[in-house]
Design a protein around this ligand. Sequence first.
Ligand code: ZN
Length: 288
Amino acid sequence: MPNYIGRFAPSPTGPLHFGSLLTALASWCDARAANGQWLLRIEDVDVVRTQLGAAEQIIRTLEHYGLWWDGEIIYQSQRTECYQAALQQLQQQNDIFWCTCSRADLAQTQSDIYTGHCRAHHQYRSQAAARLRVYKSIVDFDDGVFGHISESVADTVGDFVIFRRDGLFAYHLAVVVDDAEQGITNIVRGADLLNNTSRQIYLQQRLAVTTPAYTHIPLVVNDNGEKLSKQTGARALTWDNPSHCLWQALTLLGQHAPDVLQSEDCATLLTWAINHWQRENIPKRLTL
Ligand SMILES: [Zn+2]
């Protein structure tokens, strides 16, 4: 077994944009620089949000940029049995309850923290969501970029949904089950997921699986501090000049890639990136 197993886990809700390429690159470099494996997982557990053809497009883009992965690509949509088994384990441990609150019921409570209204519902009910019982405890972790983080999930979100009323498994459960099963040791992903991490660690603890090391890559913002999006003028990834794009991403990540590399091919640039990768140089704010 390698000491380092990383992964890139995009949701196929659209094509890769520059920000997600940058995250993929950071995750890839971190794994390769450690002589580790880098796995690719398509997070299509939420079939409602999945866009037809997007997964294929993301895969072709990674190939085009030379970000090759190890092993088979995993699709969450094909892993329902594993999530079901985890849900069953949690049910047996009395770690979940069945919530029949409607969207309107939940909207009536002023705070975002679940009130615990349905905690007495131990047995399965149809058309109900399964929520994890979250008890007061502090979740701690050391992020590779953002440093020490501690959170009391009971005070920030409370009992959270791991199986949805519409019959789909929630993202948090799928991610935690997959990371554990794939033996992921290091997660490098976008900082938009930073506030999910404590919940996922809490869930890992309930499932008695190992917590990987986390590094969250700051989101790319423009001069006004706005997150890159079509509205704020984010450029779509160009197909023509991938190594220039990778060079730009590396530079933003605080890696001092020499100018001449811009005109080299992706393989040359990526080899340089592996040999010179310094995670500690990633800035806390990435301004394009
Ligand atoms: Zn409820």
